[in-house]
Design a protein. Sequence first.
Length: 264
Amino acid sequence: MHNPALQACGIDAQYIRVQVPVGRVAEAFRQFAQCGFLGVNITIPHKFEALDAVDVLDPLARQLGAVNTLAIRDGRFYGYNSDGPGFLRSVKEAFGADVKDLRVLVLGAGGGAGRAVAVQSALSGCQKLLLVNRSQAKAEMVAGEIHTLGCCPETKVVPWDDEALRAALANTDLIVNATSLGMKSDDAKLLPADALQARHLVFDMVYRAGGETPLLADARLAGARTVDGLTLLLHQGGISFEHWFDRPAPLEVMRAGLQSAVMQ
Ligand SMILES: NC(=O)c1ccc[n+]([C@@H]2O[C@H](COP(=O)([O-])OP(=O)(O)OC[C@H]3O[C@@H](n4cnc5c(N)ncnc54)[C@H](OP(=O)(O)O)[C@@H]3O)[C@@H](O)[C@H]2O)c1
């Protein structure tokens, strides 16, 4: 999506993929600067290491606990997080809703993406925030961080069992899957399917090329509205572009580029 965007904007640059070993993010950033890179997207597992490798950390990236966007300006490294704001834009685009008006349940709230979505939802002033994670202690840590930030007093940890999830889903508008489950059609069910209702908005951060994730298939059968991870991929990319070039991203060009890339 970035190469068509660069071309459409007449920017003489290319977006390429570089593999960096764990523990060498700061060194990689220095080499990128020497090579004339303007910016970088950072993905699993480097988003946390990148926090400590930047010179200037955007306050939102600090709160979300991860850097996925680096801008290199005059040899200095500026770190941002576009996943959180990209999530807000994706909810708006997919459902015409603002997260601040919703009761949000995050599955996988203890992982990197889940934590970012949970903290971003709380910072946006969502009505209620229910955190679920296989290792419950991690969700409790995230809830503690949100309480320290002083936003969304209605933040609670929900145990991952069918009975607790059924009760929680009765008080939820937006369900977010931020676990790594869903890439394969036979991945374990995340929720009891009978707890999904037509009024639910279901956001799967996972994208499955050539098919629906199991969660979205269940949600569709229940009559719920759904969106998959491709919309988030687009919007976080658009926000990264805005950080790098200080101009609006050509979102429709990027959307077309992304769609043609995933069809291949
Ligand atoms: N669409 C996008 O643009 C976008 C952006 C970011 C991330 N993502 C997607 O979001 C997902 C999570 O990414 P991440 O960076 O947060 O990974 P991560 O930090 O490794 O977190 C993985 C999460 O999944 C949970 N999990 C893993 N296996 C599980 C299982 N068998 N049962 C229940 N829970 C399980 C983990 O729970 P424990 O804590 O108990 O291990 C943890 O909460 C990935 O699929 C990634 O592709 C998409």
